[in-house]
Ligand binder design. Structure first.
Ligand code: ZN
Length: 239
């Protein structure tokens, strides 16, 4: 079931306050039209009663696909707060799954911090692609294009629309301006080969360890590595 609650929202333009109903969760089996609305950027949109300004309220939203057996939690957060929020989220998930009977096969649970990531994850899942392998591919793409693809300023997004049986498409998005700047392709055979490689139990475990989740993101891993490196440098400097 999709759920809504009432929120008191102030217009970012004129400050007018009003009570609005916003979605806390959408279930696309019960309400397939909500998926279309999400893709069209029409979920949790508010029209200001004072000045008529239309704006989107970015709040926590659970996207549930019972048929595809996955749930994506969109938890809008500052990039700097991602690690902290990921820990909090893990605690919450542990709490929920503790309450589940043991014979219940828990659906795959994903955490994302932006709407773009949410849409990307939905398309990835629907294309039957493994998010850890896709993020692993992104990781290698960042490594190969260090100059063009600085993880601090550029996000790499899987683009289902331009992908096909032979090529997987990725778009480069500038994090600050949110503009799409380039399209990069990856041979689908490479994905299939990685899938084969990671079907090995030990290798699968390594991949899982590299992306333990719930926020599975090559960029996040790279930023963490960069922060760790910078931390070491500061420590060295203090010596
Ligand atoms: Zn207004």
């Amino acid at each position: 079931m999709s759920e809504k609650s009432t929120y008191r929202i102030a217009c970012p333009k004129c400050g007018h306050e009003q009570s609005v109903e916003l979605y806390d969760s959408i279930n696309i089996k019960d309400d397939p039209s909500l998926k279309e609305a999400l893709l069209k950027n029409q979920i949790n949109n508010v029209s200001c009663g004072g000045c008529g300004f239309n704006f989107r309220v970015d709040k926590q939203l659970a996207y549930s696909d019972p048929v595809g057996r996955f749930i994506v939690f969109w938890y809008p957060a500052d990039e700097a707060a991602c690690d902290r929020d990921e820990d909090r989220f893990l605690d919450a998930i542990a709490e929920i799954t503790r309450g589940l009977p043991e014979d219940v096969l828990a659906p795959s649970v994903h955490l994302v911090f932006t709407r773009t990531e949410l849409i990307e994850r939905i398309f990835m899942r629907e294309a039957g692609l493994d998010e850890r392998i896709i993020e692993y591919i992104k990781y290698t793409m960042y490594a190969r294009n260090v100059k063009r693809l600085d993880p601090a300023t550029k996000a790499l997004l899987f683009n289902a629309h331009d992908s096909n049986d032979t090529l997987l498409a990725f778009v480069v998005q500038d994090v600050k301006t949110r503009k799409f700047e380039a399209v990069l392709h990856y041979d689908r055979k490479g994905y299939d080969a990685l899938k084969e490689t990671f079907s090995d139990e030990e290798k699968a475990f390594d991949l899982y360890e590299f992306f333990p989740g719930p926020h599975i993101s090559a960029r996040q891993n790279l930023l963490r590595e960069l922060r760790a490196e910078a931390g070491h440098e500061t420590e060295d400097g203090a010596e």
